[in-house]
Design a protein around this ligand. Structure first.
Ligand SMILES: C[S@@+](CC[C@H](N)C(=O)[O-])C[C@H]1O[C@@H](n2cnc3c(N)ncnc32)[C@H](O)[C@@H]1O
Length: 420
């Protein structure tokens, strides 16, 4: 296909989880509508795609550009048998119905011949006005305007379909559906891929299967293995397409692994039914084991997609866990509290592990999140308490000053009281 047949398309994104997507819009050139639909069929952050007919900084310029768009490219959509509607959307601003109608009518020069149909029209034309990102500082006129023919919506309705409110089994730390979809996309999961989550929440073993059945994906389920992620039980040649996981942070669930600090032998008599003891499984060790496991068991080019908790004031990229077999492709923040967040890392396996890599530690700069979480939490609480105390004191002082009579006031009061 020659570049002459490529067209401009507008990719319009939702204003949610902004760290996980491109800026609110993106103008791209693509070879066909099929390519646009393929992108839309996979994208979670995408609201819709338009075949871009015009882009401008002002309304006048926009209409000029629409009129300059080659008529022969529009004509196929302006047939009497094709119903149509025009949509108006604003980003970071509201508009009244009357304003919307006025904007729709401003396109009356288009030689649209078919009937208007608001529900499921054959052709949907769309005006999008972009008012920037600062909802506290909305300009009077939009920064950018776009007009084009709607091609496809992204997959945002899947977020509702996977809602935790209607899910059969949920746990304490079930992943937000939108983020879980981003995770699967970051891992480039395809039909037939072998994907592992080594840190599944411990609940009823059938819960994953039931949830997958609920979404019509029961046949994609392999199994659940109840095992300690610190003691992988896989054959060394076993390969996965991707690993997608949210390890325990030690805040809402314990970070433990099988082990003991004591030195003892379990007798054969007690072996059956023996429940192994557990020891603390520090976050650094968890990522060390996870990276080593992923280096061994991911196929070349396979992806490890995992969350890492951080204290925001203490964060810098050089504190993230690293491994010589992995290249960091993406790192997006989800803010959790005023002082903590977690980062979704996407890593690609770029080489097979050598003997010496097995000793490579995950970056030790990461420190102990749990200890930091409580230390920063305590500091944060103290600061908040101090701020409140200061604000209360300032209020009481100003109230006292207001009540304290000035000389003139005291005379007035004195005189009024003497009148009584
Ligand atoms: C943050 S949760 C992840 C939950 C997951 N997003 C889900 O929806 O099921 C981490 C889970 O790892 C599990 N876990 C903790 N220590 C483990 C270990 N040593 N080996 C395997 N899993 C462990 C715990 O059951 C915990 O619920």
């Amino acid at each position: 296909m020659t570049s002459a047949t490529w067209k401009k398309y507008l990719l319009w994104f939702a204003n949610e989880h902004v760290e996980f997507r491109l800026p609110p819009y993106w103008v791209v050139e693509l070879p066909s509508e099929k390519a646009v639909r393929q992108i839309a069929s996979r994208s979670i952050g995408l609201r819709c795609c338009l075949e871009l007919w015009a882009q401008a900084k002002t309304e006048e310029e926009l209409h000029m550009n629409v009129k300059a768009y080659p008529l022969e490219l529009m004509k196929p959509y302006f047939k009497p048998e094709l119903s149509f509607k025009i949509n108006v959307e604003t980003f970071c601003n509201r508009q009244t119905q009357a304003e919307k109608v006025a904007k729709i009518e401003s396109f009356s020069y288009l030689p649209l011949e078919g009937p208007v149909r608001l529900k499921d029209p054959d052709i949907c034309l769309q005006l999008i006005e972009y008012y920037g990102l600062d909802s506290n500082n909305i300009p009077e006129k939009p920064y950018e305007l776009f007009f084009g023919r709607w091609i496809a919506d992204g997959q945002r309705d899947v977020i509702t379909k996977l809602s935790l409110k209607t899910r059969k089994f949920i746990g304490n730390t079930s992943m937000d559906p939108q983020l879980s979809l981003y995770m699967a996309n970051q891992a480039l999961v395809q039909n037939g891929d072998l994907v592992l989550d080594p840190f599944k929440e411990r609940d009823k073993d059938e819960s994953v299967h039931s949830n997958m059945q609920q979404y019509g994906r029961g046949s994609h389920y392999l199994d659940v293995i109840v095992a300690d992620a610190a003691l992988p039980l896989w054959r060394s040649t076993f390969k996965l397409d991707s690993i997608i996981t949210d390890p325990p942070y030690g805040i809402r669930e314990a970070t433990e692994r099988i082990g003991t600090t004591k030195n003892y032998q379990i007798s054969d008599h007690h072996l059956l039914g023996h429940i192994p003891s557990k020891v603390e499984y520090g976050l650094q060790q968890i990522y060390h084991d996870l990276f080593r496991f992923a280096a061994q068991h991911l196929k070349m080019g396979g992806r490890l997609v995992c969350w890492v908790p951080v204290v925001r004031d203490d964060y810098s990229e050089d504190k993230l866990p690293t491994h010589p077999c992995f290249q960091l492709l993406a790192n997006s923040e989800q803010v959790l509290t005023t002082y903590t967040s977690r980062r979704l890392l996407t890593l690609e396996k770029i080489q097979e592990p050598h003997e010496e890599y097995s000793r490579t530690e995950a970056n030790t700069l990461m420190g102990d999140f749990r200890a930091k979480f409580f230390r920063y939490g305590e500091e944060h609480r103290k600061q908040r308490k101090l701020r409140k105390a200061l604000a209360r004191e300032a209020y009481l002082q100003s109230a006292a000053q207001r009540e304290e009579p000035t000389d003139g006031e005291s005379q007035d009061r004195d005189s009024s009281s003497s009148e009584r």
